[in-house]
Design a protein around this ligand. Structure first.
Ligand code: NAI
Ligand code: MG
Length: 349
């Protein structure tokens, strides 16, 4: 069980400590954790946000546990050296194209979500976000228009193979859940989405047991707040998935609670919270480590087929929340390490 531990920047460092403590508390046979630098930390030490040693470790390990990257002091770097490019580089090099972002209600948080309690408590959904295409990877740049105005552009593009492979992941995920898949696009305006919808329909023929629906992304954003309980699995492109999952996190209660798995064809994966390095609270010891800890649970499930220990972690987090150990993001006062202590104690029970 060889794990590359890439804590990264800001609160990434703080929350990773707690996730590692939880993993160590499980007494996993053959657990080997190797740490490496990524993001701003790596740029400062090695001159690159994704140094070759880090990439090598990520490639040879069975799984990557990733904190967050992002350093406001380094925002001016040119595109290839921007610290966020480390995540895109890892995803690309490890061929991770499917990002699974589960969002489910936790007992005890119903009144914190901003939604009515009976609406919030029905949340049990999975966002399947495509990870290697869309405006993030299309041709991009800045230029001058004929009128001499500055113009920025990012091309949105998906080819049919990219759409089909993420659709297969989503249909299979729906088969293992409640059998409902909602594909989110903007097919009334975007040609990318017209093709997306057509290909998802074609793939659907192989999954007659899954009930497929389509929704425009603006409506989906509204429905996530109006009635999130209607969703089982949502499949969508890179940009829409990024935005909708941040939104879903707030329906649950906080962005500090949502984990994610980035997967490819094999068992290798990269596991990370959906949030970033949170420079506004970094260094204060108040970040919620639960999203990071739950990412470790997803890692045990997907890369090591260890459902038992994945559930041990997930149940521990639920118990700690139900017991009212709440971080600052949830209106409580528990520190990062106090939350880590509580989860470690709960997994050992
Ligand atoms: P962010 O997700 O880091 O923070 C958004 C807000 O949520 C902040 O107010 C922050 O304090 C709060 N927050 C986030 N995680 C929290 C946690 N665990 N506990 C308590 N509060 C938490 O997004 P932001 O501020 O837009 O970006 C900050 C930096 O992170 C930027 O450099 C950005 O590029 C980078 N980023 C990196 C990501 C990654 O590494 N996967 C993803 C998103 C952003
Ligand atoms: Mg995001």
């Amino acid at each position: 069980m060889h794990i590359a531990v890439l804590a990264g920047d800001g609160i990434g460092q703080e929350i990773m400590v707690e996730a590692v403590r939880v993993l160590e508390a499980l007494d996993l046979p053959g657990l080997r954790l190797d740490h490496a630098d990524v993001g701003g930390v790596a740029y400062r030490k090695h001159g690159h946000p994704l140094p070759p040693e880090t990439l090598d470790l990520a490639k040879t390990a069975d799984a990557v546990l990733f904190g967050a990257v992002g350093d406001p002091e380094l925002d001016g770097l040119r595109r290839e050296l921007r610290v966020e490019s480390a995540i895109l580089g890892l995803r690309k090099e490890l061929q991770l194209f499917a990002n699974l972002r589960p969002a489910n209600a936790f007992a005890g948080l119903e009144n914190l979500s901003g939604l009515k309690p009976e609406i919030a408590s029905a949340i049990d959904l999975l966002i399947v976000r495509e990870l290697t295409g869309d405006v993030y990877f299309g041709e991009k740049g800045q230029r001058q228009t004929e009128d001499g105005l500055r113009q920025g552009y990012d091309v949105m593009a998906y080819d049919e193979s990219e759409i089909a492979r993420i659709a297969h992941v989503a249909f299979k995920a729906a088969q293992g859940r409640k059998g409902k898949l909602c594909s989110v696009d903007k097919a009334n305006v975007l040609q990318t989405s017209v093709l997306w919808r057509a290909v998802v329909e074609e793939v659907a023929a192989e999954y007659p047991d899954v009930e497929l629906s389509h929704m425009y992304v603006d409506n989906a954003a509204m429905q996530l707040v109006r009635n999130p309980g209607q969703f089982d699995v949502i499949v969508t492109g890179n940009l829409f998935g990024d935005i909708l999952s941040d939104q879903a996190s707030m329906c649950v209660g906080s962005i500090g609670l949502l984990a994610s798995a980035s997967l490819g064809e094999g068992t290798k994966g990269q596991y990370e919270p959906i949030h970033g390095s949170a420079p506004d609270i970094a260094g204060q010891g108040i970040a919620n480590p639960m999203a990071m800890i739950l990412s470790a649970a997803m890692m045990l499930r997907h890369s090591f087929a260890d459902e038992t220990n994945a559930q041990r972690i997930e149940k521990a987090v639920s118990t700690v929340l139900a017991d009212g150990v709440l971080g600052h993001d949830l209106g409580g006062s528990a520190s990062t390490s106090a939350i880590g202590d509580a989860v470690v104690a709960a997994v050992q029970k």
